[in-house]
Design a protein around this ligand. Sequence first.
Ligand SMILES: *[C@@H]1O[C@H](CO)[C@@H](O)[C@H](O)[C@H]1NC(C)=O
Ligand SMILES: *[C@@H]1O[C@H](CO)[C@@H](O)[C@H](O)[C@H]1NC(C)=O
Ligand SMILES: [Ca+2]
Ligand SMILES: [Ca+2]
Length: 325
Amino acid sequence: MAKLIVLTLLGMGLALFKNHQFSYQTRLNALREVQPIELPNCNLVKGIETGSEDLEILPNGLAFISSGLQYPGIKSFNPNNPGKILLMDLNEEDPTVLELGITGSKFDLSSFNPHGISTFTDEDNAVYLLVVNHPDAKSTVELFKFQEEEKSLLHLKTIRHKLLPNLNDIVAVGPEHFYATNDHYFLDPYLRSWEMYLGLAWSYVVYYSPSEVRVVAEGLDFANGINISPDGKYVYVAELLAHKIHVYEKHANWTLTPLKSLDFNTLVDNISVDPETGDLWVGCHPNGMKVFFYDSENPPASEVYRTIVIMFNGNPFCLSLVFGY
Ligand SMILES: *[C@@H]1O[C@H](CO)[C@@H](O)[C@H](O)[C@H]1NC(C)=O
Ligand SMILES: *[C@@H]1O[C@H](CO)[C@@H](O)[C@H](O)[C@H]1NC(C)=O
Ligand SMILES: [Ca+2]
Ligand SMILES: [Ca+2]
C-alpha cells in the first residue's frame, strides 16, 4: 500500500513537472523560429556595439539611446565598462551617435548601468531625461536635465523607493513623476529565478511622485516596456512572458483600470508611441529561450511590431500587425 502511495505521488509530481515544463516553454516561446527579412530602408547605426536597450525621440528629431545594459541572466556585450546615453540627430542625412557627457558632482559614473529611459518637456521647454539605473544590481531612477548646447546631461537627483526594487522601464508624466514597471517582485537573485521559473506573475507597475507612491497594476508575468498615449489618457504595459500588451485607462488621481489586452506570438519588450498617429511600435524577442540561454552560434532574433490604434466610441480598439524582423 505504502509503495502504491509513493508511486502515485511520484507520478503526480512528474505530471505536474512535465506540465510546468510545457508552460515554461510556452512562456519563453521556445519553439518559435524566424527567418531573416531584408529591409531595404534599414541601416546599421555604427558606434553602438554595446547594445541598445531603450530609445526615446524628441519632437525635434533628437533621439536618446540607452546603451551597455548589464542585466542578470542576459548576455552582456559590455561586461567591464559602465553604460552610456547616446544622442542621435535624426534630421541628419546619415545620422551618427554621440556619447552624452554627464555632469553633476554627486553622480557615480563608474557604476552607471542604464536600462529603460523616458523624457519630459516642461512649459519652459526644458527637457528632462529619466533613466532607470542599476548600480551594483540595485534599482534607481536618475533624473537629468538635457543641456542641448553643451550636448550633456546635468545630473539633478537619484530617486530610490521600496516600491521601485526591480525597475525595467519608466514613462515620465512630470519632471519627477512617472509610471514604472518592476519586472520581478523579489530582489534576491535566487528567489528571482524561482519567481520567473514558476511563473508566479507577481510583477507590478508603480506610480511615483515626490508626494505619493503607489502600486497601480499587479499580477504580471514580467512587466517590461511601458508608455502612454499622446493624449495622456491610456497607459500601455508590455507583459513579456504572457506575450501581451495591456491597455489601461489613466484617471485624474493617477490610478489605472485595465481596459483590454492584445495577444502577440512573441515576447513583447519596449514600446514606442507614434506622437501623431498614436500607433505602438513594439521591440520584441520572438524566442525567449535564446535570450535567456545565449548561444553565439544560434543568436536570438528580434522583431518589430506596429500596432495600429483605432479609436472606437472613445475607446482604443487595436489591430496588431507585424512589421518586420
Ligand atoms: C528593446 O529592448 C531590447 C532588449 O530588451 C533591445 O534588444 C532593443 O534594441 C530595444 N529596442 C528599442 C527600440 O529600444
Ligand atoms: C481614482 O479615480 C477613479 C475614477 O474616478 C475612482 O474609481 C477611484 O476610486 C479613485 N481611486 C482612489 C484611490 O482615489
Ligand atoms: Ca522607455
Ligand atoms: Ca525593457
